[in-house]
Design a protein around this ligand. Structure first.
Ligand code: 13P
Length: 262
């Protein structure tokens, strides 16, 4: 009986968290191709019960913000810099994103950590700046295959979360999104099983509960990302601690609509 009750409670909490399905377009789509994709997906992604976000290359932001006007889609950036303004050639500030109509920003994607050497100290500054500017961070974390095989997945992810959220308040955490993306599952076609993904997403929620409190852990939305597609989305999204998906490859295709409606 007690177990049944706990299960009900879990489901209620989950329902209180609005699901968020975000596409991470990565370095794909020129501005004109981006507008065409928004048009192609427009009717397929209609669903008011889910937050739908397109995180697009910087140069696509302005035309995509324009193209999604009047739809249920919001726009995110794939990265930003933490400084206010100044001599940072090639970088884009949080204020620029906000002014352009951006609502979300992906921070700490493994591709940025790996190829562009972004570390947790830098990411902590970016998370702080995003909140200061009024953007919702989608903070990514995840282990490599080697770390999974060594059995240090949760130790590694807890370190990432604790470092990246240092100095971030409970109210801020309640409003943000954390994306669990096992590096070995990104772009490989190798998805974590729904149970593997659930185990880590629950571990992240437990970590938030320890750092803050139960209410904060219950409110934060945790996505899974890594080869999510129209075929596996429903099972992943049915898990109690998985509140959405961060989708790469499949976000560039009509399949994205199937994931939104999974
Ligand atoms: P794929 O869906 O292509 O595996 O990419 C996942 C990802 O990195 C989303 O941020």
């Amino acid at each position: 009986m007690a177990v049944e009750h706990a299960g009900c409670f879990e489901m209620e909490e989950k329902m209180a968290r609005k699901k968020i399905i975000a596409g991470n377009w990565k370095m794909n789509k020129t501005p004109s191709e981006a507008v065409a994709l928004v048009e192609e997906l427009k009717d397929l992604v209609k669903n008011d019960e889910v937050a739908v976000v397109y995180c697009v290359p910087a140069i696509d932001i302005v035309p995509v913000v324009e193209a999604v006007k009047g739809t249920n889609v919001e726009v995110g950036a794939e990265n930003m810099y933490f400084e206010e303004s100044g001599a940072y050639t090639g970088e884009i500030s949080a204020a620029m994103l906000v002014d352009a109509g951006v609502k979300y920003v992906i921070l700490g994607h493994s591709e940025r950590r790996d190829y562009f050497k972004e570390d947790d100290c830098l990411l902590n500054k970016k998370v702080k700046k995003a909140f200061e500017a009024g953007l919702t961070p989608i903070l990514c974390c995840g282990e490599s295959l080697e770390q999974r095989e060594l059995g240090v997945t949760m130790d590694w992810i807890r370190l990432q979360i604790k470092s990246d959220l240092s100095g971030i308040t409970a109210d801020q955490v309640k409003a943000m999104v954390i994306a669990y993306e096992p590096i070995w599952a990104i772009g490989t076609g190798k998805t974590a099983t729904a149970d593997q993904a659930q185990e880590v997403c629950k571990g992240i929620r437990d970590c938030i509960a320890e750092m803050y409190d139960a209410a904060t852990a219950d409110a934060v939305r945790i996505q899974y990302g890594g080869s999510m597609n129209a075929g596996n989305a429903a099972e992943l999204l049915s898990k109690p601690d998985i509140d959405g998906g961060l989708i790469g490859g499949a976000s560039l295709k009509p399949d994205f609509g199937k994931i939104v409606n999974a």
